[in-house]
Ligand binder design. Structure first.
Ligand code: F0G
Length: 351
């Protein structure tokens, strides 16, 4: 056995990175594909979780960032810029540090989780909170990358999706074939497009007997693709996917249509229920947005869009530690006791 080398060196022949170019890596990828026993029981499907919160900065963004930053380094960039609902900025700043670059970050004021803000700051981001939403931030970042010498590392940078497609390779490498259905949360719509690219590529090369039906889920208050129109004031507690005008809209629709899948909306209430279920019954602590894939699967089984008995992979995109506020909300507070075994036993209901 050998240790995992990060997505570029594991899949270099399938990535647009020259053989001789060094990889800027934190050894991302190689994440678990975890059987979800309780969700399987509840849905009658065979459900596996691709646990992307176990990447180095705690989200799937690292897969794309290693490729985007390695390319930027190769091209001599000294500075990168991104707009973000939090995870992209956490990842971009960490990889920029590895590459010796500066990283400018534009985030929507007051709408990103505390842990993500902490990550960007501790890695030394030049951080601006914008009095606007993610869509405004992305527009600004695009403009700045055109007018100034900073490379844009949002998923409109094609190297990002190239890196993110490796998650589909890993699923197939583990299962020996593609699953029948793949469920994801959808925000800026890059990740669903990247997985679809990965699955198609493996299928074309004969590594799989099928491609999965791609199911994407937006929050009902931020569901432009489902509504068929941009949402000017997107709303959801799942701040990571609070996006009203996704950059990869057309690619995501193509993934949906070519795969025979579906993009649907789930309520914040259902997202919160799935978030709690994953933590309480699967032992997997994800962030709210990530739970949209599982909430969506459960809804799609109820409505008959996914049949019982189907083998389903749900990507859970980010680590719950990034946004502990939602775990603490509604939880009973801890009981304080003196240093005394009897008091502890009583409080625990053991005595
Ligand atoms: N889940 C999490 C935890 C995310 O951070 C994101 C996107 C998504 C799902 C949606 O993925 O955009 O490819 O459809 N976060 C971006 C960011 C927008 O700035 O971190 P997508």
């Amino acid at each position: 056995s050998r240790s995992w080398r990060g997505v570029i060196d594991e899949y270099r022949d399938r990535l647009p990175i020259p053989e001789t170019a060094p990889a800027i890596t934190l050894l991302e990828g190689g994440t678990p594909l975890l059987p979800a026993h309780r969700v399987s029981e509840l849905t009658g499907c065979e459900v596996l979780l691709k646990v992307e919160g176990l990447n180095p900065t705690g989200s799937f963004k690292d897969r794309g960032m290693t490729v985007a930053i390695s390319r930027a380094a190769e091209e001599g960039a000294k500075a990168v810029i991104c707009a973000s609902t939090g995870n992209t900025s956490a990842s971009a700043t960490a990889y920029a540090v590895r590459a010796g670059m500066t990283c400018a970050v534009l985030i929507p004021q007051g709408k990103i989780a505390m842990g993500k803000l902490a990550q960007a700051l501790i890695h030394g981001a030049k951080l601006l909170q914008v009095d606007g939403n993610f869509d405004d931030c992305l527009e600004l970042a695009r403009k700045l990358s055109v007018d100034y010498p900073v490379a844009l590392v949002n998923s409109v940078n094609p190297y990002r999706l190239q890196g993110q497609k490796t998650a589909a390779f890993e699923v197939v490498d583990t299962l020996g074939d593609a699953p029948e259905v793949h469920c994801l949360p959808v925000g800026n719509a890059g990740n669903i497009s990247a997985y679809w690219m990965g699955y198609q590529e493996y299928a074309a090369d004969g590594f799989t007997t099928r491609v999965p039906r791609m199911f994407g889920f937006q929050s009902s208050g931020s569901a432009p693709i489902v509504n068929g129109a941009p949402v000017t004031h997107p709303r959801t507690i799942a701040t990571a996917i609070r996006i009203g005008n996704p950059a990869s809209w057309a690619l995501a629709e193509k993934a949906r249509d070519d795969s025979g899948g579906r993009i649907d909306a789930v309520t914040d209430r259902r997202i919160l229920a799935a978030y709690r279920l994953l933590a309480a019954e699967e032992g997997v602590f994800v962030e709210l947005a990530s739970a949209a894939s599982v909430a969506g699967l459960m809804q799609a089984v109820e409505s008959g869009h996914i049949e019982r008995g189907t083998r389903v992979v749900c990507t859970v995109t980010g680590n719950g530690l990034k946004d502990p506020d939602w775990a603490l909300a509604g939880a009973s507070s801890a009981t304080t006791i003196p240093v005394d075994a009897h008091s502890a036993a009583t409080a625990l209901g053991l005595a």
